[in-house]
Design a protein around this ligand. Structure first.
Ligand code: PEP
Ligand code: MG
Length: 376
């Protein structure tokens, strides 16, 4: 009969790329995934099947423990949370074992409509999400559009370089009523639920100062700042990570958006498959910015999370934990597996692994080291 054809995929490969690979053939597959075997010998097929079965069994076990906390072998608790973008996602996140939501992408309320959502609609939606989480923490990120994701009801001049343009908090500061309305809606829910507010694409301290003033004004308008409310920033722009000591003095937490932080650090567009190997969050230059953020945060008693794709990448987990990250937020499907990885880690070993990763010269070397650590 026909020889069996199969591919070995790099773990981070997006399923969406599969049709591209089958269309473009093995050369493209090699570029996109690192390795492909065409018409392999039967022993290799048998070995791949054995590994696939082993993986499936492990995943099954991980799923059965998904709702339990993730604690390292030496007792460091890591919050494993979900990235969500709807009320249904919140329910699915709890189902998947999430300890909370580390990133609520609120864009879903704004896109594909010709008028902005009313404050009441926003409040109602945030409240439904908070309620679906049954007391688990919810990190709500304010509107992160602009640039490549324009709002139909908010015409903006075209930009040459949208990823470096008026996006994220920059748009919120340019359109303060839009942001104020969102902040008021979030604060009303935060009065009765553990809602934290986080701002995207912050680059310089004066942006934080402006938005912090706006939060104060919004709180006054609705009768005060909820007790214990945490307000933080995403670390997506290298200038913020480099100034993390200044920010750590004034923010309540950091959440590292490795998708954007990686693209800005390596100047490698995040969705470009040709640059997929370059835009790797485990590159030591990116890790160095994460390290800097964690050190500054620790000095001021703040917590650091990661809510970019790296949080759900098993090889990144020991490195991030070793750098001092205590919250990992990811697509709900990754939660069970990541919790299992955390449970296999010893935090002091992970610190040594992370320290050595910072000295390496490539993301590949870091991945090899992390892989050896998890295998051993
Ligand atoms: C990120 O940049 O890593 C992130 C989590 O935000 P988004 O993917 O929504 O840009
Ligand atoms: Mg981002």
């Amino acid at each position: 009969g026909m020889p069996e054809k199969w591919v070995i995929l790099r773990h981070a490969l997006k399923p969406a790329l599969l049709p591209v690979i089958s269309y473009l053939g093995p050369a493209a597959a090699t570029i996109l995934t690192g390795s492909v075997v065409i018409e392999p010998p039967p022993e290799q097929v048998a070995e791949a099947r054995r590994r696939a079965e082993e993986d499936a069994r492990r995943l099954e076990e991980a799923r059965s423990r998904a709702a339990a906390p993730a604690v390292t072998t030496d007792g460091v608790a890591i919050e494993v949370a979900a990235n969500i973008g709807s009320v249904e996602d919140a329910r699915a996140a709890v189902e998947a074992g999430a300890d909370g939501v580390g990133l609520l992408r609120t864009e879903f309320l704004y896109l594909n409509r010709t008028t902005p959502p009313s404050e009441e609609e926003q409040e109602e939606t945030y409240r439904q999400i908070a309620e679906a989480l049954g007391g688990r923490p919810l990190v709500l990120r304010t509107l992160d559009v602009g640039g490549d994701k324009p709002l139909p009801f908010l015409p903006r001049p075209p930009e040459q370089n949208p990823f470096l343009g008026v996006r994220g908090l920059r748009l919120g500061l340019a359109e303060p009523e839009l942001l104020m309305s969102q902040v008021r809606a979030a604060l009303r829910v935060a009065a009765t639920h553990p809602v934290r507010i986080m701002f995207p694409m912050v680059s310089v301290l004066s942006e934080w100062e402006q938005v912090r003033t706006m939060v104060g004004e919004a709180a006054e308008q609705i009768g005060g700042l909820p007790d214990g409310l945490q307000i933080g920033v995403m670390v997506e722009v290298p200038s913020l990570a480099l100034a993390a000591d200044r920010f750590a003095a004034v923010v309540d937490f950091f959440s590292i958006g490795t998708n954007d932080l990686t693209q800005y650090t390596l100047a490698a567009e995040r969705g470009n498959p040709e640059l997929a190997n370059l835009a790797d969050a485990l590159h030591p230059s990116v890790l160095s910015l994460i390290d800097r953020t964690c050190r500054a945060a620790a000095e001021h008693g703040r917590w650091v999370g990661v809510c970019g794709e790296a949080a759900g990448d098993p090889l990144a987990v020991p490195i991030l934990v070793g750098l001092g990250v205590t919250e990992l937020s990811m697509s709900p499907v990754a939660i069970a597996q990541v919790k299992d990885v955390v449970r296999r880690i010893d935090a002091s070993d992970a610190r040594r692994l992370a320290a050595s990763a910072l000295e390496m010269t490539s993301a590949e070397a870091v991945r090899r080291a992390a892989s050896r650590y998890l295998a051993g």
